[in-house]
Design a protein around this ligand. Structure first.
Ligand code: GAR
Length: 199
């Protein structure tokens, strides 16, 4: 019998993408299991959702940097993910840049959801960047994570129109609806690929 794809999810925020993944799993539409959720924010929504879904959730102290993790902390996270037997790491609103040695532990086995049509608007609050640039269309992208920030190979994109009366909040909310479809769909594709390679 084939086993569900074993996921580790990293996030810093409210965790709506994690919830979308869990809803697909619980509804038997995604053949995966979340083995562990790790957050750099102790009181984050994603950790509280992990408790709701009875998935192991761990807070990892972020250390002294604001946008990245200290190498020792990355080593701790890599160890936790490996101990949880994770096959694919999903960055779902993880607001720190991932470097070695975490990348080295999961080469081409780490994906990220970004709220723009990459390569347009990498970085923070991409929906605000798209709005400020006067774009008519934006969206979200799922890509492999590598050493270049928001620039790994693209696995999927979904477009979202920008309306004339959009505020940053209304636009981000619409992008998130699209994220909640795209991310589980990309994970489902990877699950097929992994299991196909095993048979
Ligand atoms: C999502 O919109 C995701 O695309 C974004 O953070 C939000 C997390 O929402 N990620 C980035 O901007 C990464 N550069 P969530 O906590 O509700 O899933």
């Amino acid at each position: 019998m084939r086993r569900p794809l074993r996921l580790g999810v990293l996030g810093s925020g409210k965790g709506s993408n994690f919830r979308a993944i869990m809803e697909e799993i619980v509804g038997s539409r995604l053949d995966a299991e979340v083995r562990i959720v790790i957050s750099d924010v102790e009181d984050s929504g994603i950790l509280s959702l992990a408790r709701d879904f009875q998935v192991p959730g761990l807070y990892v102290r972020p250390g002294r940097f604001r946008t990245k993790l200290e190498p020792e902390i990355e080593e701790d996270i890599a160890r936790l993910l490996l101990e949880a037997d994770v096959e694919l790491v999903v960055l779902a609103g993880f607001m720190r840049i991932v470097k070695q040695p975490l990348l080295e532990a999961f080469p081409r086995k780490m994906i990220n959801i970004h709220p723009s049509l990459l390569p347009r608007f990498p970085g923070l609050e991409a929906w605000k960047q798209a709005l400020a640039a006067g774009e008519k269309v934006t969206g979200c992208t799922v890509h492999y994570v590598d050493a270049a920030v928001d620039a790994g190979d693209i696995l999927g994109k979904e477009t979202v129109p920008i309306l004339s009366d959009d505020t940053p909040e209304s636009l981000h909310a619409r992008i998130q609806e699209s994220e909640h479809r795209l991310l589980p769909a990309v994970i489902a594709g990877i699950a097929e690929e992994f299991r196909g390679a095993e048979t």
